[in-house]
Write a protein that binds this ligand. Structure first.
Ligand code: ADP
Ligand code: ZN
Length: 713
């Protein structure tokens, strides 16, 4: 098989020009009949790796997928691109199943998605034997491993594929697999010396931001208001949280809904559906939300609470920006969350599991606390090395400035000592700031020497300083004793002035927020004009999706709409150049979107807004309305030559223009003659000169355009 065919299929069916890194290599290996193991992050583009071989090779590819809802989406996606696909699982009636099985038998489909249960069932295997299978694709292959978190016993029964279908290649694909799981997948599937492809887990389009969890609601409101019409997910720790937060958003006029495992399944399905269809842009959810959500235009993910480990965090933020466009993630971090998560862990399971979970939580906390590039830490965690700082995380955008915080630290440590290690962070801050809280007087805390010693700094500042002091190891939280603060081995040298403490300036944290805010404002301004068209196209997409009963992203993805908004294609040729517009979609939607773009341009022009590169369209509109060249020129306050140039351009692009409206038959003849005589037949000046300056430039130009289209002249 030739990779050229694969390239053609990529353009024809998906409307993409280039493969992403690794995709072509994987396809090549499959063409060569090799078994392959593919590790790619979510949104990396795994599907194309087996879909293109399936389309281009003889026969049908059987795709095993554990997620029934995802299966349906994928099949719909394929069909909308003009690829014959079907699925088989328990959600179909017996009759529907029979129909699909007939299609399989008769070679009428290129891709068949099946649940693992179906694949391993005794009745299905004989049927498979009769079909012409070209490839087995095992999606979500980590489900095979009992080490993973998604273990599915049926997955372990798939060894028979390699023994019963001897020469048919198998590709196993997953977005999460450590080394153990990787080995497990290869063994369990009995893969024959598989070629392993690991693509980078870096998702440079996702910005990474961590902020202290104070005034979360206000921060979230600001965040959402800076991103109008964008779709996002807010992950919360508790079910109640999701409901409360949704209530608060609704009160502010922000459309949102909530999702958690406590809802009846029908309701859950509905929220998910509304989200996918862009009817509800924002969902506040527990981590139950997301599995099986294949929505490519999620623009942001917020973690209201700290996730329990880095794997979960990465998976959850990975739901943003699957279309590769810039997307934002924001994590709120507070010690309280850590405490709650610790309690969860302590109350559960066996000692070994507790230990693993606790250390994973520690890593998560370290990530949130970190003062070095966050992406470096993340990729490090997944075994990758990022050489340079990423430039797209809050630490990179605001390199911390340190100052000598020894005296501040001494005040805090001394207060902890004098309070006999009996209070938590809140009380410590109140004592340092000399608060009048009742409990302070009841306990006599106002009598200690450091009472009020830190009044010069705000409570907020103190919170940051103490967080840092804890992270530096000079204080610790006694999770086993109501989270009171305790001294550590490292405290003494500080208290006795033998060690300096470097803290990060509050000012730099504030500055960072200011610059972030300023940046946001600027961005939205410069994008305005384009955003208008984008919104028009988005609304159109939604309307079409509703009419056809498919999710909007199956019509076009956000990335495709953005490209349309930026390039404003107004004919088939230009439309075909937009990434994501393949042949079927061009056929189905091309004209509808072109019309929308043209009327947008017209409308803007009549409002007096100049849109570069489109002025000739306005001329065209006036022409269609019956105005003469002179009238158009007057109306538009342009000179006649310019209007002629517009017609030349329109004509070259294939618009219906009758040139004889503008040049007489004798003029055409004269120019044609001149063209025969002059040497350079594409330049205006020699023709102009040859005709002794009798026929003006703009008319010659028009005849040349005519010639370009009808070479016979
Ligand atoms: P995964 O299964 O790895 O999570 P998908 O296969 O769903 O990812 O791909 C994610 C998105 O990237 C889809 O919208 C897909 O159309 C797009 N995509 C995949 N390959 C390419 C490519 N070569 N060029 C442009 N976009 C691509
Ligand atoms: Zn960074």
């Amino acid at each position: 098989m030739d990779l050229l065919l694969a390239h053609e299929a990529l353009k024809k069916y998906y409307g993409y020009d280039e493969f992403r890194p690794m995709q072509a290599d994987i396809i090549k290996a499959i063409y060569e009949g090799k078994d392959t193991l593919v590790l790619m992050p979510t949104g990396g583009g795994k599907s194309i790796c087996f879909q293109i071989p399936a389309i281009t090779m003889d026969g049908v590819c059987v795709v095993v997928s554990p997620l029934i809802s995802l299966m349906k989406d994928q099949v719909e996606g394929l069909r909308s691109n003009g690829i014959k696909a079907a699925f088989l699982n328990s959600s179909l009636s017996a009759r529907e199943q029979n129909a699909v099985e007939d299609d399989l038998y008769n070679g009428n489909i290129k891709l068949l998605y099946v649940s693992p249960e179906k694949l391993v069932s005794q009745s299905f295997i004989p049927l498979l034997k009769q079909a012409k299978i070209n490839l087995f694709a095992i999606d979500e292959a980590h489900c095979i491993s009992s080490w993973g978190h998604d273990f599915r016993p049926e997955y372990t029964k798939m060894k028979f594929l390699k023994s019963q279908f001897k020469n048919i290649p198998v590709v196993a694909l997953t977005a999460t697999a450590d080394k153990v799981t990787r080995r497990d997948i290869a063994t369990q599937l009995n893969l024959d010396n598989p070629q392993v492809f690991i693509s980078s887990f870096d998702r440079p389009n996702l910005s990474l931001n961590v902020r202290p969890g104070q005034k979360r609601i206000q921060q979230i409101l600001d965040f959402i208001k800076a991103r109008p019409n964008q779709s996002g997910i807010i992950y919360c720790l508790s079910r109640k949280n999701t409901e409360d937060l949704t209530g608060k958003l609704l009160k502010e006029g922000i459309k949102a809904d909530f999702y958690h495992a406590g809802l009846p399944s029908g309701e859950r399905a509905k929220v998910q559906e509304e989200f996918i269809n862009d009817n509800v842009p924002i969902v506040c959810a527990t981590v139950a939300f997301g599995m099986g959500i294949d929505k490519s235009n999620v623009r942001w993910v917020i973690h209201y609470n700290l996730p329990k480990n880095i794997e979960s965090y990465y998976q959850e933020i990975g739901r943003a920006g699957r279309d590769g466009l810039k997307s934002d993630t924001l994590l709120f971090y507070s010690f309280r969350d850590v405490t709650v998560l610790r309690e969860f862990i302590e109350n559960g399971e066996n000692a070994k599991q507790r230990e693993i979970k606790m250390s994973k939580l520690d890593r998560m906390q370290q990530f949130a606390d970190s003062l070095i590039c966050r992406r470096k830490i993340l990729l490090n965690y997944f075994g990758e090395n990022l050489e340079k700082n990423c430039g797209n995380c809050d630490v990179c955008n605001n390199p911390p400035q340190h100052f000598d915080g020894t005296v501040l630290a001494q005040k805090a440590l001394s207060a902890v000592t004098r309070l006999k290690e009996r209070v938590g962070i809140r009380m410590l801050i109140d004592v340092l700031r000399g608060s009048n809280r009742k409990e302070i007087f009841q306990n006599g805390y106002d009598k200690i020497k450091t009472y009020g010693a830190g009044a010069a700094n705000s409570a907020n500042d103190w919170q940051h300083f103490i967080n840092q002091i804890i992270n530096l190891g000079f204080l610790e939280i006694a999770y086993d004793q109501k989270n009171v603060l305790r001294l550590t081995e490292a405290s003494k040298p500080v208290l006795f002035g033998q060690q300096k403490v470097e803290l990060v300036k509050m000012a730099s944290i504030k500055e960072h927020r200011e610059t972030q805010k300023a940046k946001l404002k600027k961005k939205t301004k410069t994008q305005r004009v384009r955003d208008d068209l984008f919104e028009v196209l988005r609304a159109l997409r939604k309307k079409l999706a509703r009419e056809r009963g498919v999710p909007p992203y199956l019509v076009f993805t956000d990335a495709t709409l953005e490209a349309m908004a930026a390039n404003r294609p107004i004919n088939d040729e230009e439309m075909k150049e937009i990434p994501g517009v393949g042949e079927r979609k061009l056929h189905l939607y091309g004209n509808i979107f072109i019309d929308a773009i043209i009327s947008f341009i017209k409308e803007k022009s009549s409002e007096g807004l100049k849109i570069q590169g489109t002025t000739y369209l306005v001329t065209h509109e006036l022409y269609k309305e019956g105005f003469s060249v002179d009238e158009i020129a007057t109306k538009r306050n342009l000179n006649v030559g310019t209007i002629y140039a517009h017609f030349a351009q329109l004509y070259e692009q294939g618009h219906e223009i009758d040139l004889t409206d503008f040049v007489s038959a004798s003029e055409i003849r004269k120019v044609a003659e001149a063209i025969q005589k002059v040497e350079d037949k594409t330049k205006l000046k020699p023709i102009f000169d040859y005709l002794k300056e009798e026929i003006p430039y703009h008319k010659i130009r028009l005849v040349l355009a005519y010639r370009k289209r009808n070479v016979s002249i």
